[in-house]
Design a protein around this ligand. Sequence first.
Ligand code: HEM
Length: 66
Amino acid sequence: MPTLRNIALTAPYFHNGSCPSLPEALEQMAFHNLGLEIPKEQEQDLIAFLRTLTGEKPAILDEGSR
Ligand code: HEM
């Protein structure tokens, strides 16, 4: 399962990049993994929470630069 850190910055979502937006990823997660349809207001609260996970992006170093 991928980390949710900086999730607002890393669209498109899922392993194949098939999901263009965070609200859509949330709807798919809720439906497929939890069997839920999240009411719009709660969805906005969840998106607001996911946005709080935004911070400094760690540098990704390749083997040659270590
Ligand atoms: C409301 C609760 C949840 C939220 C907000 C959420 C959010 C997300 C998001 C935004 C992604 C995309 C990450 C990316 O592409 O970088 C993701 C992927 C994923 N989530 Fe969730 N998720 C939730 C619940 C769950 C649950 C309950 C499970 C498993 C029981 C789950 C399993 C996964 C897996 C396996 C992926 C990777 C799918 C792929 O790459 O195709 N998620 N989740």
